[in-house]
Design a protein around this ligand. Structure first.
Ligand code: AMP
Length: 468
């Protein structure tokens, strides 16, 4: 039997293929039949163009229904989906092309579909559970991005576990406002809906008015914490806005306890926070039934073994289970470093478990910044800034930000104009990585080994973005 993820997903599409898969803002719909045909036509084109099982197919475009068709068509053809953030610059894309060696890079999936044969590919290329389905690039602290290799089995096991854990059924309608180049929107959200044959309220991005309108049709919403703070910032948002939504799910970055509390006060609902990463999809979740505790990311999903490394109560979280990736693309040494001898992945997140078994994440071992749900590795930004005229040295940190969770800030030794330097950084980096503020100093705090003490910088400037 084929273990191709596409076979599993398509087996759960509604028997009546005229049922909607996508509910669009303009009032139109795209049916499951159209989704299946689109995926089949794309698979036919890939095969006609000589794509072989295991070939990588890059995707860099704004969110669209055709982008989902491309994803499913790639799976169906037995190829490997390689989504890239739509905000990446040419230089960044060049790196991914060189590293992953995609056979094709699709930047206009609608045009790609238009050029596909009219007849969908009837067959789905057989794949084993261990065969590669997708590569997701995560940034590296050394500035080099790493491609997490995810198999059909990794993705299928997590999708099925989440479908059960979150009580999905064919009666659900998912509000989908997340990007589809990242694990959250592409796998977590999309797979839950597809497994139920559910319609999705399909929003290209988070726009307050569209989300509010969409909520009146939805039963489940998934989002990053920023979505929830934006909803709360809107005075029109309240108990009457949430219609029949049965659960609001949050992840990709820590949900502030104040957001959890305010959301409950305004709507009567407790946001369900969960924790995951590109390398393993979802790892822990607060319960659907039972206490959802603010600040905790809940319990390991069934099948996930989670332990804390080190002798202390708080340490680096290690995980093992069917959804955990097999390693980083063409980086065997890096992969070996990040797995223990007994096969646990060392997540790099620091946390603890309380006596009830709930997991609490206290921070990141690495200096990862999460701004608006996206990962920003300081080193990558520092490398760009340090090349600029007038900059002697830079230290990039994340500071608490009321909208983005964390805002990227550069503390710079040197001289220059803040707006000009920010603009220069934005020309080379995706907008979400560029510093929101640049502070000029004459020296940076260092420890005895000469290493910059970023924790002191974070303390000194903690209130930079505080609400006035
Ligand atoms: P990504 O691979 O982009 O999904 O980023 C994964 C990282 O996001 C994890 O390693 C965590 O550091 C962080 N993360 C995800 N969900 C949560 C959460 N609920 N609370 C705190 N950090 C989270």
């Amino acid at each position: 039997m084929s273990e191709n993820l596409y076979v599993l997903l398509a087996s759960r599409f509604p028997a009546d293929r005229s049922r909607p898969a996508f509910l669009l803002s303009d009032g139109s719909e795209v049916s499951y039949g159209a989704l299946e045909t689109g995926a089949g036509r794309i698979a036919a084109r890939l095969i006609a163009e000589g794509v072989q099982p295991g070939d990588r197919i890059g995707f860099q475009a704004e969110k669209s229904v055709e982008g989902v068709m491309l994803y499913l068509g790639v799976l169906k053809a037995g190829a490997v989906f390689l989504p890239l953030n739509a905000a990446y610059t040419q230089a960044e894309v060049d790196y991914f092309r060189a590293d992953a060696g995609p056979k094709l890079l699709v930047t206009d999936p609608a045009a790609f579909l238009a050029g596909a044969p009219a007849e969908p590919s009837p067959a789905t290329t057989p794949r084993r559970a261990s065969d590669l389905a997708a590569i997701l690039y995560t940034s590296g602290t050394t500035g080099r991005s790493k491609g997490a290799m995810l198999s059909h089995g990794n993705l299928a096991s997590n999708a099925l576990a989440l479908y059960d854990a979150w009580g999905f059924s064919p009666d659900d309608v998912l509000l989908h406002a997340l990007p589809i180049f990242h694990v959250h929107g592409l796998f977590v959200a999309l797979h839950c809906a597809l497994l139920g044959g559910c319609p999705m309220v399909w929003l290209p991005k988070f726009v307050d008015a569209e989300v509010l309108a969409g909520l009146s049709r939805a039963t489940v919403m998934m989002g990053v914490p920023t979505f929830y703070t934006r909803l709360l910032a809107n005075p029109a948002f309240g108990r009457e806005s949430i219609g029949r939504v049965r659960v609001f799910i949050s992840g990709s970055a820590p949900l502030l306890e104040s957001t959890f509390a305010e959301f409950e006060a305004r709507t009567g609902q407790r946001i369900l926070e969960r924790y995951g990463m590109s390398e393993a999809a979802i790892i822990t979740s607060n319960p659907l039934h039972g206490d959802r505790v603010a600040g905790s990311v809940g319990f390991p999903l069934p099948g996930v073994e989670l332990r804390i490394g080190g002798a202390e109560e708080t340490g680096v979280i290690q995980i093992r289970g069917p959804s955990v990736f097999s390693g980083y693309w063409r980086m065997p040494e890096k992969t070996a470093e990040e797995f223990t001898a007994d096969g646990f992945f060392i997540t790099g997140d620091v946390g603890r478990r309380d006596p009830d078994g709930r997991v609490w994440i206290s921070g990141r071992a690495k200096d990862l910044i999460i701004s608006g749900g996206y990962n920003v590795y300081p080193k990558e930004v520092e490398l760009v800034l340090d090349e600029m005229p007038g900059v002697v040295e830079s230290a990039v940190i994340g500071l608490p930000h009321p909208d983005f969770g964390e805002g990227v800030v550069a503390v710079v030794i040197g001289q220059g104009q803040e707006p000009a330097l920010i603009a220069a950084a934005r020309a080379q980096l995706a907008a979400f990585k560029a510093p929101k503020r640049i502070l000029f100093v004459t020296e940076l705090p260092r420890n005895a080994m000469g290493k910059v003490q970023k924790n002191l910088l974070r303390q000194t400037y903690a209130d930079l973005f505080a609400k006035s």
